[in-house]
Design a protein around this ligand. Structure first.
Ligand code: IPE
Ligand code: IPE
Ligand code: MG
Length: 235
C-alpha cells in the first residue's frame, strides 16, 4: 500500500448535509470544522505528510452576507483551536491565499498560528482561506515582475521550478491525491498549477460525514491507479 505523501481536499457539501438533517447551513460548517480536526489526526496516523484543505475560495464572498459572517466567525474559533492542536499534535500549519481581505484580528490569528507552529515536524497542514488559484498565480506574477524589475531575475531564469517558488505553496511538494467530497466534479479554482499530475478522487459523501474509512477508500483507489507522468509503464 502506497500512502500518498500529499493529499489535497476540497471539503464540500456542508450546506447540503445540514439541509438533509433539517438544519441551517451554518450547522454544517460547524460540524465540518469539527470533522477537519478528526481527519487531520487520522491522515497523519495513516502516514500522510502533507494535507491541504480548501476552507474559503475567492469566489465564496458571493455567498449571503450572513453566511460569510458566520464562516468568518467559525474561522476565528477554528484558528484559535488550531493553535492548540498544532502544538499538541506537532503540526506545521501554513496559510494559502490572500489574507489581506480578511479582518485584521483573523489575519493576526492566522499569522500567530503559522509562526507558533513553524518548527513543528509532524503533519504539514495547509489551510486555503480566501484562496483562488488564478489569484495566486496573478499574485505570483506580480512578485516575479517586481524581482525582474529590480534586476534580481533574468528572463532565462524563469523556469517551472522558479515560478513554483513564487506561489503560496512554495517549498511544498505537489499533491499526489485530490479528494472532492459531495459529488461535484470540478476544481472550483483550487491549486490548478499544483494539480497538473495529481490523481483525482470524487465521492458523493458530504464533508461532515467523511470518515477515516472514506479516506482509506480514496487511498485504496489511488493505489489501483497507474501513475504515468506522460511515460509508459515498463514491461
Ligand atoms: C463547503 O460546503 C464549505 C465551504 C465552501 C465554505 P458548502 O458550503 O459549499 O456546502 P454545499 O456545497 O452548499 O452543500
Ligand atoms: C469550493 O466549494 C470552495 C471550498 C470548498 C472552500 P464551493 O462549494 O464554493 O464550490 P462551487 O461554488 O460549488 O463550485
Ligand atoms: Mg459547495
Amino acid at each position: 500500500m502506497v500512502i500518498p505523501q500529499h493529499v489535497a481536499i476540497i471539503l464540500d457539501g456542508n450546506g447540503r448535509w445540514a439541509k438533509s438533517k433539517g438544519m441551517p447551513r451554518n450547522y454544517g460548517h460547524v460540524r465540518g470544522a469539527k470533522n477537519l480536526e478528526v481527519i487531520c489526526r487520522d491522515a497523519y496516523n495513516m502516514g500522510i505528510k502533507y494535507l491541504t484543505v480548501y476552507l474559503f475560495s475567492t469566489e465564496n464572498w458571493k455567498r449571503s452576507p450572513e453566511e460569510v459572517a458566520s464562516l468568518m466567525k467559525l474561522f476565528r474559533s477554528y484558528t484559535k483551536t488550531c493553535i492548540k492542536t498544532a502544538r499538541e499534535n506537532n503540526m506545521k500549519v501554513r496559510v494559502l491565499g490572500d489574507p489581506t481581505a480578511l479582518a485584521q484580528d483573523l489575519q493576526d490569528s492566522l499569522t500567530q498560528l503559522a509562526e507558533s507552529s513553524k518548527e513543528n515536524t509532524g503533519l504539514n497542514f495547509q489551510l486555503a482561506i480566501n484562496y483562488g488559484s488564478r489569484d495566486e498565480i496573478i499574485r505570483a506574477i506580480r512578485r516575479l515582475a517586481e524581482d525582474y524589475k529590480e534586476g534580481k531575475l533574468l528572463k532565462e531564469d524563469i523556469t517551472e521550478e522558479k515560478f513554483s517558488g513564487y506561489l503560496d505553496t512554495a517549498g511544498i511538494p505537489d499533491p499526489d491525491l485530490l479528494i472532492r467530497t459531495s459529488g461535484e466534479l470540478r476544481l472550483s479554482n483550487y491549486l490548478m498549477w499544483q494539480l497538473a499530475y495529481t490523481e483525482f478522487y470524487f465521492t458523493e459523501v458530504p464533508w461532515p460525514a467523511f470518515t477515516k474509512n472514506e479516506l482509506q477508500k480514496a487511498i485504496d483507489k489511488y493505489n489501483s491507479r497507474e501513475r504515468r507522468y506522460g511515460g509508459v509503464k515498463e514491461e
